[in-house]
Design a protein. Sequence first.
Length: 201
Amino acid sequence: MSSDKAVHQPNPGLGAPGTTREHHEHHELGFLRKYIFSTDHKVIGLQFMFTGLVMLGLGGALAMAIRWQLAWPWTDVPVIGDLLFPATGGAMSPEFYTMLFTMHGTIMIFFVIIPMLTGAFGNFLIPLMIGAPDMAFPKLNMLSYWTFVLSCILVLASFTKGRILALSSGFLWASLISACRCLLFIGVSLPSQRRSTLSVR
């Protein structure tokens, strides 16, 4: 009789028949931990997506400014021309156009396309597709997003120091480096050399 009772007795740690586990109290995460500094791959994927969309809007605005300069060169840029170009009466300067073209390409490639594909879709979909509960290193995954945010801040700050960052690197560097006279004229120095070491023939 005692053996029958032992057989029909529920296993320790299990609830009523039909349940798999007892209810355990979980600590509710705060807003910052859940949505800002999250280690959940879905939240990080959404963070990458929305930040990439913001940078997409900025890159699109730079593209429109490039088209304005090409369509109506040396004319006042509407709305923001007097604020950005007071020295030229609201018209875009050639130096700023060079910086604009470079920054547009940099933002669209490195801050929109790559983060949207790998950061947003990769983070959100790949764990779901392979049946994993999360990425392999959730904290490192969170750190990757905040490194991306820091890089966005730095590239936007380069507009204030355009001669150092935006003009001295990027898609137009090959054309700028072809003539030392041009480099000396706009005040750009080579990364491995000082301006004083450049010789003009």
